[in-house]
Write a protein that binds this ligand. Structure first.
Ligand code: 4AD
Ligand code: MG
Length: 478
């Protein structure tokens, strides 16, 4: 018989089954009688009842937390409380022992910091298995959304020779020997001798390449790893994270906002429909965590309420200029409670300002648009006012910026001027400029930080806890 999963056994309609066959890991073994078994297929354990008189004592001793076991038996209506069905065990085999003295994932509450140090085993816990099932489900929902809406999936390169964001915070890719780096006549590293014959990096964004495909295939998206060497040790930054970047020909900024809003609502609806058990578990976890906070800092919505709120309400669309007015006249600004006081038009918004707008002022997701040109990337479409660009950022409660996007500058002359102003050589992006020479058109796209979405969807407060193996400054374990 093929092994069944815990999820299948718990969700099937008949209460009794004469023969079941299941493999999983022991969560607990109580009173030498009750095994709580989990195989990762669901947040719920299945209770397996062992009649100890029928089994060797030495065998039962090996049924410890963390051990892998193979169980055959009958599924029956449960005698005890807490579960509908249970397995009466007829055959028990320990597939892999687990030393109870040294197994790190004891059946008790562990701190997330401790579990990060044991990230290879942390999905043996209910919280992390729920988070990672949701991550998988969200990834599927994202591909489904784009597939259902006529987008092509494109794999943009991970090693690139260009800096899409112009921020210069990139990881170098080289095969040169660090001890014998060849230098050129000017005393700089001679990259012509490197693997690719030029300086290369890990990509910070697939956008520029995605634009090339949008300008032929129409609607495309890329969903891949991106890398940033910025030294931001915060709960919302990773050095390696996954980004979803759709890019659409003939779409303007308003269309871009519509797409982003519809997309986010759709993927959140998907998990509400398909992952409710995991969400309910995480909701309860979050409520317990909230109780430990001072009253003023507690959220007035549960996790499920927050998710429903996003799917049911329109995102508030506000221009940068309006936002600056609101912030300038806000209480925390006047009382100098902000770390960065908003004084003049043109300053970049910090996360404290974004969170004020979303959490205190509008109390809903906000799309900020038409930012000052000089705080945004070179490729954004310049407005007729000559000082703002058609950028948009989406801000979510508890997260801050979750999406950054723009209508792209489609005019060759303007784009060249903007590149020249920040010293991007035309030779480096000749192919990007070609798009503006041959059949240029209005086009737009955005980037969604996948881990920030997973944080929002799971209520987890630290980005390190929503990616299997986080890469952050001074940390690349596993
Ligand atoms: O705003 P960003 O830098 O935009 C771009 O890279 C554009 N090229 C996207 C596009 O238009 N196609 O990054 C997009 C999103 C941010 O809104 C944020 O959610 C996430 O990526 N992000 C990070 N997530 C985790 N760790 C980091 N260090 C991140 N930096 C950006
Ligand atoms: Mg951004």
């Amino acid at each position: 018989m093929i092994s069944q999963t815990v999820s299948e056994l718990l969700s099937q309609n008949t209460i009794t089954l004469p023969e079941v066959d299941i493999k999983g890991w022991v969560r607990t073994f109580r009173a030498n009688r009750f095994i709580a078994l989990n195989d990762g297929s669901t947040i719920n354990n299945i209770q397996c009842v062992v009649d100890f008189e029928n089994f060797d004592e030495a065998l039962l001793k090996r049924v410890t937390t963390g051990a892998a076991v193979h169980i055959k038996g009958h599924l029956v209506e449960s005698q005890g409380k807490g579960q509908k069905v249970e397995i009466q065990v007829s055959e028990l085999e320990v597939l892999g022992d687990s030393d109870p003295e040294t197994y790190p994932i004891q059946p008790k509450k562990h701190s997330f910091e401790f579990l990060r140090e044991h990230a290879h085993l942390r999905t043996r816990t209910s919280t992390f298995s729920a988070v990672m099932r949701l991550r998988s489900s969200l990834s599927f929902a994202i591909h489904k959304y784009f597939n259902d809406n006529g987008f092509y999936n494109m794999h943009t390169p991970i090693i690139t020779g260009s800096d899409a964001e112009g921020a210069g915070e990139m990881f170098k890719v080289t095969s040169l020997d660090a001890k014998k780096t060849p230098l050129n006549d000017e005393g700089n590293v001679d990259y012509t001798q490197d693997f690719f014959g030029k300086e290369t990096n890990l990509t910070v964004s697939g956008q520029l390449e995605a634009e090339t495909y949008a300008m032929s295939l129409g609607k495309v998206y890329t969903f891949g790893p991106t890398f940033r060497a910025e030294n931001s040790n915060t709960s919302r930054h990773l050095a390696e994270f996954w980004m979803i970047e759709p890019e659409v020909a003939f779409m303007d900024l308003a269309g871009n906002m519509d797409l982003a809003e519809d997309f986010l609502k759709s993927v959140i609806t998907y998990i509400l429909e398909h992952n409710l058990e995991d969400l309910n578990f995480l909701d309860k976890r979050l409520q317990d965590e909230e109780k430990t906070k001072p009253q003023a800092e507690r959220s007035d919505m549960t996790l499920i309420e927050k998710l429903n709120f996003v799917t049911e309400n329109n995102f508030k669309r506000v221009s940068y200029t309006e936002a600056i007015d609101i912030l300038r006249n806000s209480k925390p600004n006047k009382k100098k409670k902000f770390k960065y006081i908003i004084d003049e038009w043109g300053t970049d918004l910090q996360s404290e300002h974004e969170r004020f707008l979303v959490e205190k002022h509008f109390k809903c997701p906000v799309i900020l648009f038409d930012y000052p040109a000089n705080i945004k990337a070179f490729y954004m479409r310049l407005n007729d006012d000559g000082k703002t660009v058609r950028a948009m950022d989406i801000l979510f409660p508890g997260i801050g910026e979750i999406v950054g996007g723009a209508q792209r500058e489609e005019r060759l002359d303007v784009l060249k001027q903007k590149m020249a102003a920040i010293n991007i050589p035309e030779e480096e992006l000749w192919w990007y400029l070609d798009l503006r020479k041959f059949g240029t058109a209005v086009h737009s796209g955005f980037g969604l930080g996948f881990e920030r979405l997973v944080m929002f969807a799971t209520g987890m407060g630290n980005i390190r806890d929503v990616i299997p193996y986080p890469r952050t400054p001074q940390n690349a374990e596993f």
